[in-house]
Design a protein around this ligand. Structure first.
Ligand SMILES: C[S@@+](CC[C@H](N)C(=O)[O-])C[C@H]1O[C@@H](n2cnc3c(N)ncnc32)[C@H](O)[C@@H]1O
Length: 214
């Protein structure tokens, strides 16, 4: 499965939702082992969970792990004492592995995008979207739907690999930040923090953002 890591590093993912689902369904059984074997530390899930833990002090808070995959983020959240963790992902095989962790309260198999998810408005105190903004995956068009399900005052934590930011048509040349700013202008959220972190995803640098829902 080393090929999958090469595909990730080069950003040469399948370009359809069906293709991405199949890519992660096939990879799910060896995903953790492949990353560990290649020496990739799970820094992005850890950083995301640490960020939420610093800002959301109530351990009974409702947390959404968006594009949860095989559950790496929830494992980190659990280390910080969070109990009410839900997840959404399109890959049924990844969700099976997430379910086996026994950490998630609710797991939803759905596409994340501009479509409405089966989740009530203003449900979550915190939402993490880690390592899922990329070619063929999610892009900034999903943010209004993520904002809808987070409570006013709740936090949305997300990251993008620097290489993805510089090469993906939808993100590059400042397009990503312009679209985030447009949601600020519309009064939907405000920017809390931004950091450029070395070795964030696949041991490469990445952009880390925290926004607060208005
Ligand atoms: C690189 S994995 C990251 C998984 C997890 N967040 C982590 O940090 O380990 C990307 C995940 O995004 C999911 N994904 C990609 N596009 C999606 C979409 N449009 N809707 C739902 N899930 C999607 C994939 O199935 C995969 O599980």
């Amino acid at each position: 499965m080393a090929d999958n890591i090469r595909i990730c590093k080069e950003g040469k993912y399948p370009q359809t939702v069906e293709g991405i689902k199949q890519f992660y369904d096939e990879w799910a059984p060896t995903y953790h082992k492949d990353l560990a074997h290649k020496g990739y530390r799970p820094k992005a899930p850890r950083w995301s969970a640490e960020t939420i833990a610093k800002l959301v002090l109530n351990k009974d808070a409702e947390i959404m792990d968006m594009a949860c995959g095989t559950g790496l983020v929830a494992q980190e959240l659990r280390q910080h004492g969070f109990k009410n963790i839900d997840g959404v992902d399109i890959s049924t095989e990844s969700l099976k592995i997430s379910k086996e962790t026994g950490i998630y309260r609710r797991l939803i198999c759905d596409r994340i995008g501009t479509n409405k998810l089966d989740i009530k408005d203003d449900t979550y105190d915190g939402l993490i979207l880690s390592s899922a903004l990329a070619q063929g995956h999610l892009n900034q068009e999903c943010f209004p739907e993520l904002i809808r399900i987070v409570k006013p005052g709740g936090l949305i934590v997300f990251n993008v690999r620097s290489k993805t930011m510089d090469t993906y048509e939808k993100f590059k040349d400042g397009k990503f930040d312009t679209d985030l700013q447009e949601l600020v202008r519309k009064g939907l959220w405000v920017k809390e923090t931004y950091e450029l972190i070395p070795e964030l995803i696949l041991n490469e640098p990445g952009h880390q953002y925290v926004y607060k829902v208005v």
